[in-house]
Design a protein around this ligand. Structure first.
Ligand code: EPZ
Length: 428
């Protein structure tokens, strides 16, 4: 398997450009199917999950033309079969967005059940609840989710829990339904808003995205559009933490500071200085890092996708920090890897107790999933000595050119390709 080799202890300094948001892109790319005309997407991140999404579209019959490094033209009018087979869907959990978009376009969808995941139990009952509320019949046919509807009629959908995926899938299915759909207890993440803005740019009628009540009036057809994907708040947050962990001085560009508010607030509490500009943030550390308690919550709370990274930073802070993972029930799998580097963390269910150790030691570690892998990169950058990180394909799912961007900030990181490395099934 490919691996990163990091010689830690160097302060990051300089400027880094943030790419388009993974979790917006993996929703917007399938949503192109809803349009009867070609769409042009800009600021598309060059990451594995995006290439998998586009490969699925291509295999289904879409015409895909790269107009630039981060700009793609997609004409999905050639797609006639609303089916995504297991072989294609198994590599990426977000393939479940093809359920909503194919149902919304064809009133039929057959997509493989999302793969087993690394973060604990991740059911899709709320997705199916939304589809059923619109009049669809959902069955599990030998591991394929089979959904069909004679017609899709707008309805009231109240989610039992705040769920990004089900909120997005409900929008995709309802956007061409007959009449009004009201989604209550909706997720408010920036990528939920970005999808709604994309659909509205195609002629949809969606109001309230970003609040917990989203209203969708069905429209008959959706036209082509040109749309720029928002910057990735989690990639930006990861570089903010990396700058702090190395006591660096970094300007993080192409961000929306409002999307980073909860991350900035916690970093400032830890003792990190964050200076905000229109589309960038400047991160420095002057004094000591101090213990801070973190609890992950739906947006605008502290994002679960930043929990492994900020926990790594707290290993370097003075005192005892408490981190509560309130979204997923198994998102501490990186802790064993950090312990190999000298971290002092004890985990009991959803709570991690972190005793600051002041410094970490380089060691060979393995990335268990995407954000845990990013946390191990942060640890390696801060550690004394050499850290080798295996299974970096997890990290490359969500971070464009991470080793190049870090080298641009002065990090000593190289990617070592190991013969015979194969991409294993991943699902997040
Ligand atoms: C999205 O996953 C993101 N993935 C995740 O990012 C992110 O961690 C998560 O939202 C929370 O922000 C993409 O956008 C592709 P959820 P999703 O539905 O949609 C429960 C990353 O690192 N739930 O908001 O799967 C679920 O078990 C990835 O980029 C149900 O019970 O998350 C979880 O406990 C990791 N039933 C909670 O809701 C359902 O039908 C939140 O899940 C759906 C979800």
């Amino acid at each position: 398997m490919d691996k990163f080799i990091i010689k830690g202890g160097r302060r990051l300094s300089g400027e880094v450009e943030i790419s388009g948001a993974k979790n917006a892109a993996v929703a917007i790319i399938p949503a192109v199917i809803l349009s009867d005309e070609p769409c042009i997407l800009e600021n598309v991140p060059q990451i594995r999950d995006v290439s998998i999404s586009m490969k699925i579209l291509y295999e289904m019959g879409a015409d895909i033309t790269m107009l630039g490094k981060h700009t793609v033209k997609i004409d999905a009018s050639g797609i006639t079969e609303p089916i995504v087979p297991y072989e294609m869907a198994k590599h990426m959990r977000a393939s479940y967005y093809f359920l909503g978009t194919l149902l919304g376009k064809f009133k039929r969808a057959r997509v493989s059940m999302p793969g087993g995941c690394y973060l604990g139990d991740r059911p899709i009952d709320q997705h199916l609840k939304a589809f059923s509320a619109l009049g669809a019949n959902c069955t599990n046919d030998h591991g394929m989710i089979d959904i069909q509807a004679d017609s899709l009629i707008g309805n009231q959908i109240y989610f039992d829990c705040v769920t990004v995926g089900a909120t997005i899938n409900a929008m995709l299915a309802a956007v061409k339904a007959t009449g009004l759909t009201v989604i209550e207890n909706a997720a408010k993440e920036p990528h939920v808003v970005d999808l709604a803005n994309f659909l509205n740019s195609m002629g949809a009628d969606i109001m309230g995205a970003g609040t917990d009540v989203i209203k969708i009036r069905g429209v008959k057809r959706l036209r082509g559009t040109t749309y720029a994907i928002i910057p990735d708040q989690i990639e930006a947050g990861t570089y903010m933490v990396a700058a702090a962990a190395t006591r660096g001085d970094v300007l993080i560009k192409n961000v929306i500071p409002k999307h980073l508010e909860s991350i900035t607030a916690k970093l400032e509490k830890i003792g990190v200085s964050v200076e905000e500009f229109d589309d960038s943030v400047h991160v420095t550390v002057d004094g000591p890092l101090v213990k801070t308690n973190i609890k992950t919550m739906p947006h605008p709370g502290f994002p679960t996708d930043m929990q492994p990274q900020i926990s790594t930073l707290l290993c370097l802070a003075e005192g005892t920090s408490i981190v509560t993972e309130d979204i997923f029930n198994n998102r501490f799998r990186y802790v064993d890897e950090l312990r190999r580097m000298g971290a002092d963390i004890s985990v009991d269910g959803k709570v991690a107790v972190i005793e600051g150790v002041g410094k970490l030691m380089g060691a060979p570690v393995t990335a268990p999933d995407l954000r845990a892998g990013a946390a191990l990169v942060v640890a390696g950058l801060a550690a004394h000595g050499i850290t080798e990180i295996e299974d970096i394909y997890h990290i490359e799912r969500g971070y464009e050119n991470i080793e190049e961007k870090l080298r641009g900030l002065g990090a000593d990181i190289i990617k070592k390709s190991v013969p015979g490395s194969a991409v294993r099934k991943v699902a997040l």
